[in-house]
Structure formats: C-alpha cells, structure tokens
Design a protein around this ligand. Structure first.
Ligand code: RB5
Length: 146
C-alpha cells in the first residue's frame, strides 16, 4: 500500500478522453480525485493545466498528480519547472514502478496519442500503488536536484 488518497488530474484537449477514463477508474478504486480541467476537446494550452495540478501538490492538497496531453512530453516539461515537482513520463509499468521507488515521482505524465487506455490504466495503478523506497541513496540523489 502506498498510502495515497487524493489525486489531482489535468489534461489538454489531446488528453481529455483518456483523462475521463482515468478519473472513473480512480473513483471506482475509491480515491479522491480533483479534476483540474480542461473540460472538453477544444484546443487549449497544456501549461495552464500542468500548473493547476502541480499547485495542488505544492499546497499539500493532493498526494499525487496525473497529467495527460497528446504525447505527455509538454506536460512533463511544464510540470518539472515547478519547485517540488518530480514529473515522470511513463508508458510502461516498469518505468512507473521505478520512478516511484527511485525518484519519488509525484506526477505521472501520459500521452493519450501514444498509449491505449488499457495500458494507461495499468500504468496509473502501478504509479499510485507503488510507494517510494525511502532508500538513503535515492533520497541523496533526489536532494541533488530538488
Ligand atoms: C497538442 O496538440 C499537443 O501539442 C499536446 O497535447 C502535447 O502533446 C504537447 O506536448
């Protein structure tokens, strides 16, 4: 168990449909979900929603964040500019597990044009269910860039 309860999630137009599936999945699993937009497939700017989600983590309101755009790349670049944010772009379970255990990643980024919904939900589950290892060598390395 990772102890994760509240998850903030955001997307741009490219990630809107996948975000809806992720939200329903997380609600079905009993998590509290904060939907920070966007609210349609109308073209919009992903940095706005990266900021909305990362602020919730910085404020301590959310335990983890999930950001979805077309590739996941723009979201991860924008999120990683924010203090205290360690955003990881993961399209496989190995990376999702490793980034929680080793990097204590607090934001998962996904590309809806890269990954199908079935695998995306598995990656989400792996990310939210995996705790940080709390290993001293990983803490030291994180402190070198946080
Ligand atoms: C939007 O067309 C697209 O650029 C965006 O969803 C994302 O892939 C950016 O990195």
């Amino acid at each position: 168990m990772s102890g994760i309860k509240k998850i903030a999630i955001g997307c741009d137009h490219g990630g809107y449909e996948l975000k809806k599936e992720i939200i329903q999945h997380l609600l079905d699993r009993g998590f509290d979900v904060l939907d920070q937009g966007c609210d349609s497939t109308e073209s919009c700017d992903y940095p706005i929603y990266a900021k909305e989600v990362t602020e919730k983590i910085q404020q301590g309101v959310a335990d983890l964040g999930i950001l979805v755009c077309g590739t996941g790349i723009g979201m991860s670049m924008a999120a990683n500019k924010e203090p205290g944010i360690r955003a990881a772009l993961c399209h496989d379970n190995f990376s999702a597990q490793a980034t929680r255990e080793h990097n204590d990643a607090n934001v998962l980024c996904l590309g809806a044009r890269v990954i199908g919904p079935g695998l995306a939900l598995m990656v989400v589950d792996t990310f939210v269910d995996t705790p940080f290892s709390n290993d001293e060598r990983h803490k030291r390395r994180i402190s070198m860039y946080s």
